[in-house]
Design a protein around this ligand. Structure first.
Ligand code: KMH
Ligand code: ZN
Length: 274
C-alpha cells in the first residue's frame, strides 16, 4: 500500500474555544498547531481563519498571515485552504483564499443540510470555484458530504474543470450528510473511480473508527479539532497533534508507513517546495 497521508483540520469554522479551549484560533496559535501537527506526522494542514473575536472569516489577509507564519516557522507541510468557510457566507467571500495560490483548496461538490443550517453549494458556484482553482494552479480536494456529490465531482472532471488526479475527502457523520458508519464508508469508496486517491474525515465519534478503516483499506486520513474536539468519550483532545499522533500509532501497528509532506507532494502531483 502507498504511504499514509494524514491531513490535520486544525480549526474549522463552527467549533469554538468553549467547545475545546485547545482550539487554535489566532494566526500564531494556528501556525503553532500546524507545527505540532507536522511534527506528529501530518503532511497536510486544512486551514480556516478567524477574526480576533473568534468569528470565522475568509478574508485572504488573515489566511495570508496564517500561511506566512506557518512558513516562517520552517514548516514544510502542505497548505490546504478552506473554500467552505462557514455556513451562510457568500460564494465570493468563501473563494478569496484561492487567490493566494495555496497548494490546495477544498471544493465541496454539492449542498447538504448541516445541523440546523444548510451548507449551500449550487452548481454555478461549484463550477466558479473549480475554474478559479484551475486558473490559479491550486489543486482541489473534492469534499464529499453525501453520495450524490461523487457524481457531481465526476462531472467536473469530465468537463475538464478538475484534474482527474484530484483527491477525494469523504466527510462522514455531519448531521444532515452521510452517516459515519463502516457500511457507508465502503459504499462511498466503491462509488469512486478505481484509481482515485481518497481520505476520510469522520466527524465526532466517527473519527477514530473511520480512520482505522481507511488505514486498512488503503485510503488516507483526516483528523483534527475541526472535525472532533474529543480524544475519547468525555475527554477533550489536548491538541491537534494528539489526534495525529494516535493515527500514526495505529498506522504503525497496521503496517502503513507515514508520508512526509514532500512524499505527499509527489503522490499528489504537487511541485516540491524549496
Ligand atoms: N464549515 C463547513 C460549513 C471546507 O472547509 O471546505 C464547511 C467546511 C468545508 O468546513
Ligand atoms: Zn473545513
Amino acid at each position: 500500500m502507498e504511504k499514509l497521508i494524514i491531513t490535520c483540520a486544525l480549526t474549522g469554522a463552527e467549533t469554538t474555544k468553549l467547545d475545546n479551549p485547545n482550539l487554535p484560533v489566532t494566526p500564531d496559535e494556528i501556525a503553532q498547531s500546524a507545527w505540532e501537527a507536522r511534527q506528529a506526522g501530518a503532511s497536510i494542514v486544512h486551514l480556516h481563519a478567524r477574526l480576533e473575536d473568534g468569528t470565522p472569516t475568509q478574508d485572504q489577509l488573515v489566511y495570508k498571515a496564517i500561511i506566512e507564519k506557518i512558513r516562517a516557522s520552517g514548516n514544510d507541510v502542505i497548505v490546504q485552504v478552506s473554500t467552505g468557510g462557514a455556513v451562510g457566507m457568500s460564494a465570493d467571500e468563501r473563494v478569496q483564499p484561492v487567490t493566494l495560490q495555496p497548494e490546495m483548496a477544498t471544493l465541496t461538490t454539492g449542498s447538504v443540510n448541516f445541523g440546523a443550517d444548510v451548507f449551500l453549494n449550487p452548481p454555478q458556484d461549484i463550477e466558479h470555484f473549480a475554474k478559479l482553482m484551475k486558473s490559479y494552479g491550486v489543486l482541489p480536494e473534492l469534499e464529499i458530504f453525501d453520495a450524490g456529490m461523487i457524481r457531481n465531482a465526476l462531472v467536473l472532471i469530465k468537463k475538464g474543470l478538475v484534474s482527474e488526479h484530484a483527491p477525494f475527502d469523504l466527510v462522514m457523520g455531519v448531521p444532515g450528510g452521510i452517516p459515519g458508519t463502516p457500511r457507508d464508508l465502503l459504499f462511498l469508496v466503491e462509488s469512486l473511480p478505481k484509481e482515485a486517491r481518497w481520505s476520510v474525515a469522520g466527524i465526532g465519534r466517527a473519527q477514530l473508527p473511520l480512520a482505522a478503516m481507511a488505514i486498512l483499506l488503503g485510503g488516507n486520513v483526516r483528523v483534527g479539532l475541526e472535525d472532533n474536539v474529543f480524544y475519547q468519550k468525555g475527554v477533550l483532545a489536548e491538541s491537534n497533534a494528539q489526534l495525529v499522533a494516535r493515527v500514526v500509532r495505529l498506522a504503525g501497528e497496521l503496517g502503513r508507513e507515514i508520508a512526509t509532506p514532500q512524499e505527499a507532494r509527489e503522490m499528489l502531483g504537487l511541485k516540491p517546495i524549496s
